[in-house]
Design a binder for this molecule. Structure first.
Ligand SMILES: C[S@@+](CC[C@H](N)C(=O)[O-])C[C@H]1O[C@@H](n2cnc3c(N)ncnc32)[C@H](O)[C@@H]1O
Length: 372
C-alpha cells in the first residue's frame, strides 16, 4: 500500500498540528481532482484543522472554512498562510525575550513543563494574545506552538519535538489523570528551549514560502448553523467537502483544553463551552445538521456538489447512514447520488483510526449529494 500522504514530507504544513478526527488528505485530494476543471470555489463548513483547505491550496483552488472551535480555526488559518521560517522565528524570539505577566502555578502546569520552558511559553502566549495586528508569521507561529504544546517525550532533550512531559499529541489528558500518570512513572518534563523545538518543526515545512491563492481570513470562526457567516463567503461556492462531528463526539474543545489555554482560555478544563452541534438525541443531531445543509444549499452557483465523510464513534451505537440521509432529507434540497464505504478505499487512513485501534474502529462512509 502506498505511504499515506499525511506522512509525506511535502505535506508537513498540513501536519503543523494534529487534530482529533482529522480526515486523510487523500479524501479531499480525490474529490478536488475530480472537479478541478470546473475551477470550483470550495467550502468546508466543519473545517477542523483545514485538511480540505490545504488540499485546495495545493491544487491552486480558492477555499473557505468555518469552524466553531478556536483551536481548529487557529490551525486551519495556517493552511492559507505564506511566510518564511526566519520571520516566524524572529517574531518568536522577540516575544520570548519579554517577561510574562502571569505564569500558571497549578500542579498540572508544574508537572507538564519545565519551569524555563513554561516561562517562555507564557511569553509567547501573551505576545500572541496582545498582538496589534495579525500577520502570516504570527498565524504560523501560533499553529506551530499548538502543534508542539504536548506530545510524547523524546529520548533526548536535544531532539524533542514537544515542549511537554509525556502526553498524547492529538488531545490533552485531564490534569488529575496526567499528574497521577507522571508521578507513578516518575516522569519529568524536558528542559527544552521553545525556540529550538519550533525551529526543528518549522525546518520540516517545505512549502511555507510558496504563494497561495487564498489568505487566512478565509477561515471563519463561527457556528455553521448560523446563516450570517455565509454572507462572508463568495455566494457562488460550488463544491463542499466536509466531515461533521460524528454523533456523540461533542467534546472537541474540552479534549483540547491545553491548546485552548494557550489561545487565552482558562488553566483548567472549561465544560461550559457551547456552539457545537447538538448531540442530546439523534433527532436533535439530525436537525442540527439539516440546518447546515440548508444554509449551504443557498449558494448562487448553478451546480452544487456536496461530499461528506461521516461515520460513528465506537463507544456510541448509531447508524451513520441513517443519520446523514435523514439530515439531508430534512433539509429538503439534496439528493444522494452515491454512498461508499470509506474503509474499502482507504484502509488505514480513516478518521476513526485516530481514536482507537483499527480492529474496533467503526465504519465510515463517503457520501456524494447534489442540490436539486
Ligand atoms: C470531524 S471534525 C472535522 C475535521 C476536518 N475534516 C479535518 O480534517 O481536520 C468536525 C469539526 O466540526 C466542528 N464543529 C462542531 N460543531 C460545529 C458547528 N456548529 N459549527 C462549525 N463547526 C462545528 C468541530 O469543532 C470540529 O472541528
Amino acid at each position: 500500500m502506498a505511504r499515506p500522504l499525511a506522512y509525506h514530507p511535502a505535506h508537513a504544513l498540513n501536519a503543523i498540528c494534529p487534530y482529533y478526527t482529522m480526515f486523510p488528505l487523500e479524501y479531499p485530494f480525490r474529490v478536488l481532482k475530480k472537479h478541478k476543471e470546473e475551477a470550483p470555489i470550495v467550502l468546508d463548513p466543519f473545517c477542523g484543522r483545514g485538511t480540505t483547505i490545504y488540499a485546495a491550496r495545493e491544487l491552486g483552488l480558492q477555499a473557505w472554512g468555518i469552524d466553531s472551535s478556536p483551536i481548529a480555526v487557529a490551525i486551519a488559518k495556517a493552511k492559507l498562510a505564506t511566510t518564511s521560517i526566519e520571520d516566524v522565528l524572529l517574531l518568536a524570539e522577540i516575544m520570548i525575550a519579554l517577561e510574562p505577566e502571569h505564569v500558571p502555578e497549578t500542579p498540572f502546569f508544574k508537572g507538564a513543563y519545565h519551569s524555563r520552558t513554561l516561562r517562555q511559553l507564557c511569553s509567547l502566549r501573551e505576545g500572541l494574545l496582545n498582538l496589534d495586528e495579525e500577520s502570516n508569521a504570527s498565524i504560523i507561529l501560533r499553529a506551530a506552538v499548538l502543534g508542539c504544546l504536548h506530545g510524547p517525550l523524546n529520548k533526548t532533550e536535544e531532539t524533542s519535538a514537544y515542549f511537554s512531559n509525556q502526553m498524547p499529541r492529538t488531545f490533552a489528558s485531564k490534569p488529575d489523570y496526567s499528574i497521577k500518570y507522571w508521578k507513578e512513572r516518575n516522569l519529568k518534563a524536558p528542559n527544552v528551549r521553545v525556540i529550538d523545538v519550533l525551529a526543528r518543526k518549522l525546518s520540516r515545512i517545505l512549502n511555507l514560502g510558496i504563494d497561495c491563492v487564498g489568505n487566512p481570513d478565509q477561515i471563519l470562526y463561527s457556528d455553521s448553523r448560523t446563516s450570517e457567516v455565509y454572507g462572508k463567503i463568495p455566494n457562488d461556492f460550488s463544491l463542499v467537502i466536509t466531515s461533521p462531528p460524528y454523533y456523540g463526539m461533542s467534546t472537541y474543545i474540552q479534549d483540547q483544553w491545553l491548546r485552548m489555554w494557550f489561545l487565552g482560555g482558562p488553566e483548567t478544563v472549561d465544560y461550559k463551552i457551547k456552539d457545537q452541534l447538538k448531540h442530546s438525541s439523534q433527532d436533535a443531531f439530525i436537525n442540527s445538521l439539516a440546518i447546515v445543509w440548508g444554509n449551504i444549499s443557498r449558494s448562487q452557483s448553478n451546480k452544487l456538489d456536496l461530499y461528506v465523510r461521516f461515520g460513528s464513534v465506537p463507544s456510541i451505537e448509531s447508524d451513520p447512514k441513517y443519520l446523514l440521509r435523514s439530515s439531508l432529507e430534512e433539509s429538503g434540497v439534496w439528493k444522494i447520488i452515491s454512498t461508499r464505504n470509506a474503509s474499502t478505499s482507504e484502509v488505514g487512513r480513516r478518521q476513526a483510526t485516530q481514536m482507537v485501534d483499527d480492529s474496533t474502529a467503526a465504519v465510515e462512509y463517503d457520501f456524494h449529494a447534489i442540490r436539486v
